[in-house]
Design a protein around this ligand. Structure first.
Ligand code: 5GP
Length: 200
């Protein structure tokens, strides 16, 4: 019997560099699927619909919620964000590992529904790096940056709900740490049980 894929949840404050770490992870590993979320926020320059997010209107998003199409969803900084259910469930059943890059309220919903999900929190080395990175990337106006920094302060309080913490001092290091986490999780007895029972 084929093992199901591992469900990995990655969270961290805006400006922690999650996106860069995840890109690096995809260059280093295979058998991994990135779940493209849906959102009602505006499209940033350089983003593509269906690649970075599925950009939906509020009405379309709420319809998906009503149709039970979201594995989890949350309101974050005045917009909806959610994980479309079908792709994730299909990939896990095919034995493919899935990464969700989502905020805390969503991560906690996933842990409820999938107790075996692995929750990883990515942080920069220092809190002050968050502001530096958000200002430096020039993608949001100052009032939105301020809101995101306030949100980050609240988010850090939930770090104890996560299974692992990865410090993004260096993108390559952080991605390697996540690869180690994936391989440790796969070697847990609970993940090997089906295989052992079949082969031994
Ligand atoms: P951003 O607007 O910077 O792309 O994302 C804002 C926050 O929403 C980030 O913390 C990101 O992880 C989170 N997020 C992205 N997609 C989802 C999702 O599908 N569900 C939830 N709950 N949060 C998400």
């Amino acid at each position: 019997m084929k093992n199901k894929g591992l469900l990995l949840v990655i969270s961290g404050p805006s400006g922690a560099g999650k996106g860069t770490v995840i890109s690096s992870l995809f260059k280093k590993t295979s058998n991994l699927h990135y779940s493209v979320s849906a959102t009602t926020r505006y499209m940033r320059e350089g983003e593509k619909d269906g690649v970075n997010y599925f950009f939906l209107t509020k009405e379309a998003f709420e319809k998906e919620i009503d149709n039970d199409g979201m594995l989890e969803y949350a309101k974050y900084c005045d917009n909806y964000y959610g994980t479309p259910k079908k792709a994730v469930v299909d990939k896990l059943n095919e034995g493919i590992d899935v990464i969700l890059e989502i905020e805390i309220q969503g991560a906690l919903q996933i842990k409820e529904k999938f107790p075996d999900a692995v929750l990883i929190f990515i942080i920069p080395p220092k809190f002050s790096d968050i502001e530096k990175r958000l200002t430096g990337r020039n993608t949001e106006p100052p009032e939105i940056i301020k809101n995101r920094i306030e949100t980050a302060k609240k988010e850090i309080k939930y770090i104890n709900q996560y299974d692992y913490v990865v410090i993004n001092d260096d993108v390559d290091n952080a991605a390697n740490n996540i690869i180690s986490i994936i391989s440790s999780e796969k070697n847990k007895y609970s993940n090997m049980k089906n295989y052992i029972e079949k082969e031994f």
